[in-house]
Design a protein around this ligand. Sequence first.
Ligand code: ADP
Ligand code: MG
Length: 255
Amino acid sequence: MIDIRDLSVVFGSGRLRVEAVKGLSMRIAEGESFGLVGESGSGKSTVLRAICGLAPVSAGTIAVAGKPVPVPRNRAFFATVQMVFQDPYGSLHPRQTVDQILSEPLAIHRLSDRDRRIARALADVGLGSSFRFRYPHQLSGGQRQRVAIARALILDPRVILLDEPTSALDASVQAEILNLLERLRAERRLTYILVSHDLAVVTHLCDRLLVMRNGETVEETDTEHLRAGKAETAYTRALMKATEGFTRAAPASTE
Ligand code: ADP
Ligand code: MG
């Protein structure tokens, strides 16, 4: 579903040049949930932004569903690939109701049947119809992130790019949202790339993952290996140590 080869992203030039991503490759199958983990500044968000055409691809190729991504990204691309950001406070327009927020992608993609699609999208993320005419400030953090997920889902995409989707939330709400994402992926055969600085979050949702540092790939590994204590590099072992709760059992299903 996603095939990235030797991707490099460079910002600026001369003294201001930043090589945010250096020769990154990854292949992700349909229905798979793939993790990108690393400290802040390691280039994780830049990879997602490059896929969406929001960061410059300096070298390498990106293909989605077997085809090179279009330049510029077009409507068909965004019907296939959607993104959910960390901060549901920032990513939802404060003066728009949930109804308006969910209507916007439908209008852009000229889809009819608005009422039915909005009701379904809300139900899919566990929000009743009473939420439809509320404003973001009338929602909890977890409810806002559910709205952001509903907005991503409403076009029935095949791929969702999740950039720190639970980092702004309390631990218990974080587990709820991760369980929701896991259920949606299983039900709809969605493909995820989940970005997080938190190894516990990534291993909760992903079987395979890639560890990044300063734009470079440190190692590609899987959750089972890590749980068995088989990290290959000292960097990954340090990340594991720094991740509170990594050694604890995965959070219980509280959705
Ligand atoms: P992460 O998501 O892992 O925290 P980012 O992908 O946001 O890391 O950033 C990787 C590096 O690229 C950082 O050094 C950051 O400062 C730099 N960077 C990201 N976006 C830009 C930009 N638009 N212009 C210049 N530098 C950028
Ligand atoms: Mg980031």
